[in-house]
Design a protein around this ligand. Structure first.
Ligand code: 13P
Ligand code: SF4
Length: 353
């Protein structure tokens, strides 16, 4: 068994045990009591006693290495509330990555997010606790596929989701995230826009856009599994429930939802509207992370797990900072053009605000 893509688990554990006091301990739990107060509704005290020594060791290493931890909203609560310096959706994490003054960035999320951080901050050391944390959307398309779509749609701009590899970003004109997809598509010149790689997100945007959209048929393995029948059943079983869904869901699912937005958009909506009962149609950890801070809202928790996001654990975050692995690199060939595509998206945001 491996702790990340390259290190044997037993070897990593033995080295960490020699270097840190990782036994569950009341003293570590007391030292991290402030953080536990944020998650006590979703993490039992006995589990926290096991997490606390890791959190304490990670915090000490962060200071020693001058590291910042950027965590996606799908991280488990002990990561999201326990060790993250910044938590957010893909757009917020990219913005923070560009600003980070630290020497080291630890990306708690999936590989394309770590690549985005490296592209925006090439002089920094970017670590991902497990480089096998991929994404079904990012692996669905190559730069050659993008080139074929361009050839079939001469003159059309290519807008690519940040959930893509550096190579695909480099082959695109501009990036977008679930927080700004419509804005980016509408800003493109011409009648036709090529949108990659999420076919459902593209259909959801096409329903609101003035452009003709040509898309790639990639899917998110988490969101494609939700069905409109499932959502109707939640409503029948829970009168008055509010349903909010991520735009990577199929259009029939979005049609059943009361609100759709990026992961941070969904969290913001719940924080602001404080519904009595809500279902977040997305990855499982989102509800736990928000439920931790909103006692007045009941979260109905049918959700799907992203196996890639769940590769990141407190244990491999500690190992990552201890061993300074796994370092994320981006080939020189893609660095500049991929950065141009991401910065074009950011420039659009700055022009608007
Ligand atoms: P957000 O940008 O909305 O956080 O989405 C990223 C993602 O991977 C959702 O599955
Ligand atoms: Fe990719 Fe879907 Fe996992 Fe997000 S939830 S990282 S889109 S597979």
């Amino acid at each position: 068994m491996l702790i990340n893509a390259t290190t044997p688990l037993a070897e990593a554990r033995a080295e960490m045990e020699r270097s840190y006091d990782l036994a569950p301990s009341p003293a570590a739990a007391r030292e991290t009591a402030g953080r536990y107060a944020r998650v006590s509704r979703v993490i039992p005290e006995v589990d926290w006693a096991g997490y606390a020594p890791y959190i304490r060791a990670i915090e000490a290493l962060k200071a020693e290495r001058d590291a910042v931890i950027l965590a996606h909203n799908y991280m488990t609560p002990e990561i999201f509330h326990g060790v993250a310096d910044v938590a957010g959706d893909s757009l917020q994490l990219a913005i923070e990555a560009a600003r980070a003054p630290n020497r080291v960035i630890v990306q708690c999320g999936v590989h394309f997010m770590a690549e985005t951080s490296k592209i925006l901050n090439p002089s920094k050391t970017v670590l991902i606790p497990d480089a096998r944390a991929g994404c079904s959307l990012a692996s669905s398309i190559t730069a050659a596929d993008v080139a074929r779509m361009r050839a079939q749609n001469p003159g059309a701009k290519v807008v690519s989701y940040v959930n893509t590899t550096a190579e695909v970003k480099a082959a695109s004109d501009i990036c977008f995230t679930s927080a700004n997809a419509l804005e980016v598509v509408e800003a493109m010149p011409g009648d036709t826009v090529i949108m990659t790689p999420d076919g459902f997100l593209a259909r959801n945007i096409a329903a609101q856009s003035t452009k003709r959209i040509v898309w790639w048929e990639g899917t998110c393995m988490v969101h494609e599994r939700f069905t409109p029948e499932e959502l109707r059943a939640y409503r029948e079983d829970n009168p008055g429930i509010v349903i909010i869904a991520h735009p990577e869901c199929p259009p029939e699912v979005i049609a059943e939802a009361d609100f759709s937005g990026s992961t941070s958009g969904m969290i913001g909506w719940v924080r602001e509207n404080k519904p009595e009962k809500v279902v977040m149609v997305t990855e499982c950890s989102m509800s736990d992370n928000v439920a931790a801070e909103l006692p007045e809202t009941e979260f109905i928790r049918p959700c799907n797990i992203c196996p890639h996001m769940k590769r990141i654990t407190l244990e491999n975050i500690l190992w990552s900072l201890h061993s300074m692995t796994e370092e994320v690199t981006v080939s020189e060939e893609y660095l500049e053009p991929a950065r141009a595509a991401i910065e074009a998206m950011m420039a659009l945001k700055e022009r608007k605000h």
